[in-house]
Design a protein around this ligand. Structure first.
Ligand SMILES: N[C@@H](CCC(=O)N[C@@H](CS)C(=O)NCC(=O)O)C(=O)O
Length: 224
Protein backbone atom coordinates (compact mmCIF):
# COMPACT_ATOMS: atom_id res chain seq x y z
CA UNK A 1 0.00 0.00 0.00
CA UNK A 2 1.32 3.46 -0.91
CA UNK A 3 2.20 5.61 2.09
CA UNK A 4 0.10 8.67 2.80
CA UNK A 5 2.22 11.66 3.82
CA UNK A 6 0.58 15.06 4.13
CA UNK A 7 2.01 18.28 5.50
CA UNK A 8 -0.15 21.09 6.84
CA UNK A 9 1.78 24.33 6.49
CA UNK A 10 1.54 27.93 5.28
CA UNK A 11 3.52 29.53 2.48
CA UNK A 12 5.58 31.61 4.91
CA UNK A 13 5.84 29.91 8.34
CA UNK A 14 9.38 28.98 9.41
CA UNK A 15 8.51 25.94 11.56
CA UNK A 16 6.88 23.89 8.76
CA UNK A 17 9.82 24.72 6.51
CA UNK A 18 11.95 22.45 8.71
CA UNK A 19 9.68 19.58 7.71
CA UNK A 20 9.67 20.49 4.03
CA UNK A 21 13.48 20.41 4.05
CA UNK A 22 13.66 17.12 5.99
CA UNK A 23 11.22 15.37 3.62
CA UNK A 24 13.12 16.71 0.60
CA UNK A 25 16.51 15.63 2.01
CA UNK A 26 15.13 12.14 2.59
CA UNK A 27 13.38 12.05 -0.78
CA UNK A 28 9.90 11.45 0.65
CA UNK A 29 6.91 12.27 -1.58
CA UNK A 30 4.21 14.20 0.23
CA UNK A 31 1.14 16.31 -0.30
CA UNK A 32 1.09 19.92 0.88
CA UNK A 33 -2.04 21.29 2.54
CA UNK A 34 -1.79 25.08 2.67
CA UNK A 35 -3.50 26.63 5.68
CA UNK A 36 -4.79 30.15 6.19
CA UNK A 37 -4.01 30.78 9.87
CA UNK A 38 -6.72 33.48 10.03
CA UNK A 39 -9.24 30.85 9.00
CA UNK A 40 -7.89 27.46 10.08
CA UNK A 41 -9.35 24.38 8.41
CA UNK A 42 -11.46 21.94 10.41
CA UNK A 43 -8.83 19.27 9.63
CA UNK A 44 -6.04 21.35 11.24
CA UNK A 45 -8.19 21.88 14.35
CA UNK A 46 -9.03 18.17 14.39
CA UNK A 47 -5.41 17.03 14.10
CA UNK A 48 -3.85 19.67 16.39
CA UNK A 49 -6.61 20.51 18.89
CA UNK A 50 -4.16 21.56 21.64
CA UNK A 51 -2.07 24.21 19.86
CA UNK A 52 -3.97 24.59 16.56
CA UNK A 53 -0.68 25.33 14.81
CA UNK A 54 1.27 24.26 11.76
CA UNK A 55 3.17 22.13 11.00
CA UNK A 56 1.15 18.96 11.28
CA UNK A 57 2.53 15.87 9.56
CA UNK A 58 -0.08 13.27 8.71
CA UNK A 59 1.42 9.84 8.14
CA UNK A 60 -1.01 7.12 7.12
CA UNK A 61 -3.80 9.00 8.92
CA UNK A 62 -1.81 9.63 12.13
CA UNK A 63 -0.99 13.25 13.07
CA UNK A 64 2.47 14.12 14.38
CA UNK A 65 2.82 17.57 16.00
CA UNK A 66 5.57 20.06 16.88
CA UNK A 67 8.29 20.61 14.31
CA UNK A 68 11.21 19.23 16.37
CA UNK A 69 9.17 16.15 17.28
CA UNK A 70 8.20 15.72 13.63
CA UNK A 71 11.87 15.92 12.59
CA UNK A 72 12.69 13.08 14.98
CA UNK A 73 9.70 11.08 13.71
CA UNK A 74 10.89 11.52 10.13
CA UNK A 75 14.41 10.48 11.15
CA UNK A 76 13.15 7.30 12.83
CA UNK A 77 10.70 6.43 10.06
CA UNK A 78 12.87 6.98 6.98
CA UNK A 79 16.49 5.99 7.55
CA UNK A 80 18.05 7.41 4.34
CA UNK A 81 20.12 10.63 4.65
CA UNK A 82 20.49 10.52 8.47
CA UNK A 83 19.82 13.90 10.08
CA UNK A 84 20.89 13.19 13.66
CA UNK A 85 24.31 11.90 14.76
CA UNK A 86 24.49 8.28 15.97
CA UNK A 87 26.52 9.09 19.07
CA UNK A 88 24.19 9.61 22.10
CA UNK A 89 26.17 12.59 23.43
CA UNK A 90 26.22 14.34 20.04
CA UNK A 91 22.53 13.57 19.62
CA UNK A 92 21.70 15.02 23.03
CA UNK A 93 23.80 18.10 22.22
CA UNK A 94 21.94 18.66 18.93
CA UNK A 95 18.59 18.37 20.76
CA UNK A 96 19.77 20.83 23.41
CA UNK A 97 20.68 23.49 20.82
CA UNK A 98 17.46 22.95 18.88
CA UNK A 99 15.52 23.68 22.08
CA UNK A 100 17.80 26.63 22.80
CA UNK A 101 16.83 27.98 19.38
CA UNK A 102 13.09 27.64 19.96
CA UNK A 103 12.99 28.68 23.61
CA UNK A 104 15.70 31.35 23.78
CA UNK A 105 17.22 32.52 20.51
CA UNK A 106 14.03 32.88 18.48
CA UNK A 107 12.09 34.73 21.22
CA UNK A 108 15.04 37.09 21.80
CA UNK A 109 15.21 37.96 18.07
CA UNK A 110 11.44 38.44 17.96
CA UNK A 111 11.58 40.70 21.04
CA UNK A 112 14.43 42.73 19.56
CA UNK A 113 12.33 43.20 16.41
CA UNK A 114 9.04 44.11 18.07
CA UNK A 115 9.80 45.79 21.44
CA UNK A 116 10.77 49.39 21.89
CA UNK A 117 12.97 51.48 24.17
CA UNK A 118 14.65 49.76 27.11
CA UNK A 119 12.93 46.43 26.45
CA UNK A 120 14.32 46.42 22.93
CA UNK A 121 17.82 47.34 24.13
CA UNK A 122 17.74 44.43 26.59
CA UNK A 123 16.51 42.06 23.89
CA UNK A 124 19.33 43.12 21.55
CA UNK A 125 21.91 42.34 24.29
CA UNK A 126 20.23 38.96 24.75
CA UNK A 127 20.34 38.25 21.01
CA UNK A 128 24.05 38.99 20.96
CA UNK A 129 24.72 36.66 23.88
CA UNK A 130 22.65 33.93 22.28
CA UNK A 131 24.35 34.32 18.90
CA UNK A 132 27.77 34.04 20.54
CA UNK A 133 26.79 30.55 21.72
CA UNK A 134 25.63 29.65 18.22
CA UNK A 135 28.88 30.97 16.70
CA UNK A 136 30.81 28.79 19.16
CA UNK A 137 28.85 25.69 18.04
CA UNK A 138 29.97 26.24 14.45
CA UNK A 139 33.71 26.21 15.21
CA UNK A 140 35.46 23.69 12.96
CA UNK A 141 32.27 22.87 11.02
CA UNK A 142 30.67 23.97 7.77
CA UNK A 143 27.23 22.93 9.01
CA UNK A 144 25.96 22.31 12.54
CA UNK A 145 25.72 18.70 11.43
CA UNK A 146 29.40 18.64 10.32
CA UNK A 147 30.05 18.28 6.59
CA UNK A 148 26.40 17.86 5.61
CA UNK A 149 23.08 19.45 6.53
CA UNK A 150 21.43 17.75 9.51
CA UNK A 151 18.74 18.15 12.18
CA UNK A 152 20.34 21.17 13.88
CA UNK A 153 20.80 22.99 10.57
CA UNK A 154 17.09 22.52 9.92
CA UNK A 155 16.26 23.73 13.45
CA UNK A 156 18.37 26.87 13.00
CA UNK A 157 17.44 27.15 9.32
CA UNK A 158 14.98 30.02 9.75
CA UNK A 159 17.92 32.25 10.77
CA UNK A 160 19.37 32.03 7.27
CA UNK A 161 16.63 34.09 5.66
CA UNK A 162 14.28 35.51 8.30
CA UNK A 163 16.88 37.41 10.28
CA UNK A 164 17.83 39.45 7.23
CA UNK A 165 14.12 40.01 6.49
CA UNK A 166 13.61 41.26 10.06
CA UNK A 167 16.77 43.39 9.77
CA UNK A 168 15.45 44.97 6.59
CA UNK A 169 12.03 45.65 8.11
CA UNK A 170 13.30 47.02 11.44
CA UNK A 171 16.59 48.64 10.38
CA UNK A 172 18.36 46.66 13.15
CA UNK A 173 21.70 44.99 12.54
CA UNK A 174 21.62 41.74 14.51
CA UNK A 175 23.92 39.53 12.43
CA UNK A 176 24.83 41.68 9.45
CA UNK A 177 27.68 43.58 11.11
CA UNK A 178 30.37 40.89 10.67
CA UNK A 179 30.34 40.06 14.40
CA UNK A 180 29.51 36.43 13.72
CA UNK A 181 31.63 35.35 10.75
CA UNK A 182 31.03 31.61 11.17
CA UNK A 183 27.28 32.14 11.42
CA UNK A 184 27.32 34.42 8.37
CA UNK A 185 29.24 31.78 6.37
CA UNK A 186 26.80 29.09 7.56
CA UNK A 187 23.81 31.24 6.54
CA UNK A 188 25.26 31.54 3.04
CA UNK A 189 26.18 27.84 2.72
CA UNK A 190 22.84 26.68 4.09
CA UNK A 191 20.77 29.10 1.98
CA UNK A 192 22.64 28.14 -1.18
CA UNK A 193 22.31 24.36 -0.78
CA UNK A 194 19.96 23.38 -3.66
CA UNK A 195 17.45 21.43 -1.51
CA UNK A 196 17.17 24.38 0.87
CA UNK A 197 17.23 27.13 -1.75
CA UNK A 198 14.34 25.77 -3.79
CA UNK A 199 12.00 25.94 -0.75
CA UNK A 200 12.52 29.54 0.44
CA UNK A 201 9.37 31.63 0.32
CA UNK A 202 9.67 34.70 -1.96
CA UNK A 203 11.63 37.38 -0.09
CA UNK A 204 9.55 40.33 -1.32
CA UNK A 205 6.37 38.67 -0.02
CA UNK A 206 8.08 37.90 3.31
CA UNK A 207 9.12 41.53 3.72
CA UNK A 208 5.50 42.67 3.25
CA UNK A 209 4.22 40.00 5.62
CA UNK A 210 6.71 40.74 8.42
CA UNK A 211 6.30 44.49 7.98
CA UNK A 212 2.58 44.05 8.65
CA UNK A 213 3.18 41.65 11.58
CA UNK A 214 5.71 43.93 13.25
CA UNK A 215 3.45 46.99 12.81
CA UNK A 216 0.63 45.02 14.42
CA UNK A 217 2.75 43.88 17.41
CA UNK A 218 4.30 47.32 17.89
CA UNK A 219 0.87 48.99 17.79
CA UNK A 220 -0.50 46.55 20.39
CA UNK A 221 2.51 47.15 22.66
CA UNK A 222 2.56 50.97 22.28
CA UNK A 223 1.16 53.05 25.17
CA UNK A 224 -2.25 54.55 24.39
N1 LIG B 1 6.53 24.94 18.62
C1 LIG B 1 5.77 24.84 17.39
C2 LIG B 1 5.52 26.23 16.83
C3 LIG B 1 4.64 26.23 15.61
C4 LIG B 1 4.10 27.61 15.31
O1 LIG B 1 4.30 28.58 16.06
N2 LIG B 1 3.39 27.71 14.19
C5 LIG B 1 2.77 28.97 13.83
C6 LIG B 1 3.18 29.35 12.42
S1 LIG B 1 4.92 29.59 12.29
C7 LIG B 1 1.25 28.81 13.85
O2 LIG B 1 0.72 27.82 13.38
N3 LIG B 1 0.55 29.77 14.41
C8 LIG B 1 -0.88 29.78 14.45
C9 LIG B 1 -1.42 30.36 15.69
O3 LIG B 1 -0.63 30.71 16.59
O4 LIG B 1 -2.65 30.47 15.80
C10 LIG B 1 6.54 23.95 16.40
O5 LIG B 1 7.76 23.88 16.51
O6 LIG B 1 5.90 23.29 15.58
Amino acid sequence: MAEEVKLFRTWSSPFPLRIVWALKLKGIEYETILEDLQNKSSLLLQYNPVHKKVPVLLHNGKPILESLVILEYIEETWKQHPLLPEDPFEKATARFWARFNDEELLPSIWNASTKQGKEQEEAIVQVEENLKYVEEELKGNVFFGGETIGYLDLAFGWLANLVSVLEEVTGLSLTASGKFPLLSAWMQNFSDAPVIKECWPPRDKLIIRYQAMIEKYTAVAAPK
